[in-house]
Design a binder for this molecule. Structure first.
Ligand code: NAD
Length: 474
């Protein structure tokens, strides 16, 4: 039996960040994953390949839209094999780099499928069936999540999940996207730009349920132009292979309808990978949805085992996982630490991008908390106008008593980068006046944060909306 101080099960952005940090802290660390290199879903089948394809989609869309400013390109020719190879080279570069970083840190990287035999032993089975056993002092569980399967969808190469959609085998003519969430809308952005006719079906009354409506509505307006149809409050009730596609039956407000598609992408959420890893051989608890129960240090019911990332609960985001990983390692080395972020940014990399952090208007209403909302429309931003993209908006959620920024929402190209300033403001407890008094470079989209803070204070330079006398007196 091999001995290790720490074993990390799962090499995604949670697991590898935890393992690397642990090694940097001087802990003898083993990292177990089924892939040849660290990376997890994020690098192999998620964030990274999807962003590569979204970059290609943005180029196509910008070239097409350049017509309106007097620049006309000939019709683009997309070499699908080359695009796929480039996307795969991005994945190879990053995962290979992580493999190198792991070696440099002298991490014992074990390729295979891990399973707890008890609270201090992990068995790892390789692809050839051979088994190794690792005895550990501590373990961090970071096995992530997988797409939810809709039981009525047929087994067919025309039915894809996010992994299949990222393979980019074909550009279908007629594509149905089931689920108007993160994955559905990002993939719809890619395939629409490549020329597919997209139908999105979403069972709730709006796209990106849970996201602020001011933000989601801007995206919805754009999607209503780029997609053939968006079916809200509609469910897919059955699907079956037909001669030239998949026949899908919908149930919505107007009753039942049906249509045929060349390809169907199901993106209806993800579920934690908490089965088949031997949790039953430990005191680790899981909840009804399959998430591992953890405390504020990410410690499970088994004092020496921690859980981080998608398996440890919402939000299922890579950057939340890597921060939890650091907290778990700090707890292992005995530092006083807790995972208590005020703001975890969320970014949907659609066109336009949608990003938010901290408190939302909906959450404030649910908590009965008094807030003030300041909005800055990008139609008033010089930079947005020069980019020919005025469909964005920046909004701040502010505590009217303390004037602290509690939440930030941004929709527009580049929102995913801009949200970092909002996250810092919320996390540092900045007041609206701190954001307003910080000099922002001109002309940039970042000024929209400063101007929304100015709007809260009643004196945004580029929007004339003075505070009512009662507001100024208060
Ligand atoms: P999601 O929860 O974002 O969206 C799923 C959508 O499907 C919801 O809008 C839901 O109402 C809808 N839905 C569920 N069942 C349905 C049905 N039968 N018919 C029609 N609609 C249905 O889930 P996702 O898009 O699969 O993404 C999963 C998770 O992965 C996300 O929660 C997110 O944490 C993560 N993710 C993040 C990013 C990012 O950070 N940019 C990108 C992709 C995925």
């Amino acid at each position: 039996m091999e001995k290790t101080e720490l074993v990390v099960l799962g090499g995604g952005p949670g697991g590898y960040a935890a393992a690397f940090y642990a090694a940097d802290c001087g802990i003898r660390t083993s990292l177990v994953d089924i892939e040849p290199n660290p990376g997890g879903v994020c690098l192999y089948r998620g964030c990274i390949p999807s962003k590569a394809l979204l970059h290609a989609a943005a180029l196509l869309t910008e070239a097409e839209e350049a017509k309106s400013i007097g620049i006309q390109f000939s019709e683009p020719v997309v070499d699908l094999d080359k695009l796929r190879e480039w996307k795969e080279s991005v994945v190879r570069k990053l995962t290979g780099g992580l493999g190198q970083l792991s070696k440099q840190r002298k991490i014992n990287y074990v390729q295979g499928r891990g399973r707890f035999l008890d609270a201090s032993t992990l068995e790892v089975e390789s692809a050839d069936g051979s088994k190794r056993t690792l005895a550990f002092d501590h373990a961090i569980l970071a096995t992530g999540s997988r797409p939810v399967r809709l039981p009525f969808l047929p087994d067919s190469e025309r039915v894809l999940d996010s992994t299949g959609a990222l393979e980019l085998r074909v550009v279908p003519k007629r594509m149905l996207v089931i689920g108007g969430g993160y994955i559905g809308l990002e993939m719809a952005t890619v395939y629409a730009a490549l020329g597919s006719e997209i139908t999105v079906v979403e069972m709730t009354p709006g796209l990106l349920p849970g996201c602020d409506r001011d933000l989601a509505n801007v995206l919805a307006r754009r999607v209503s132009k780029t997609a053939k149809a968006v079916l809200l409050e509609t469910k897919v009730v059955s699907a079956s292979p037909a001669a030239t596609g998949i026949k899908v039956e919908f149930e919505g407000k107007e009753g039942k309808t049906s249509a045929e598609f060349d390809v169907v992408l199901a993106a209806v959420g993800r579920r934690p990978n908490s089965e088949n890893i031997g949790l039953e051989n430990t005191k680790i608890q899981i909840d009804k949805r399959g998430f591992v129960t953890v405390d504020s240090q990410r410690r499970t019911g088994e004092p020496t085992i921690f859980a981080i990332g998608d398996i440890a609960g919402e939000p299922m985001l890579a950057h939340k996982a890597s921060h939890e990983g650091r907290v778990a390692v700090d707890a292992i080395v005995g530092k006083k630490t807790v995972f208590e972020p005020v703001a975890i940014p969320a970014v949907v990399f659609t066109d336009p991008e949608v990003a938010w952090c901290g408190l939302t208007e909906n959450e404030a209403a649910a908590q009965g908390r008094k807030i003030e909302v300041a909005r800055f429309p990008w139609a008033a931003s010089g930079r947005a106008i020069t980019l020919n993209r005025t469909d964005g908006m920046t909004k701040l959620i502010v505590d009217p008593e303390t004037e602290r920024v509690l939440g930030v929402g941004i929709v527009g190209p580049g929102a995913g980068e801009l949200i970092a300033e909002g996250t810092l403001a919320v996390e540092m407890g900045a007041r609206a006046s701190d954001v307003a008094l910080t000099i922002h470079a001109h002309p940039t989209l970042s000024e929209t944060l400063m101007e929304s803070a100015e709007a809260f204070l009643g004196h945004s330079t580029h929007v004339y909306r003075p505070k009512k006398p009662a507001e100024t007196a208060a």
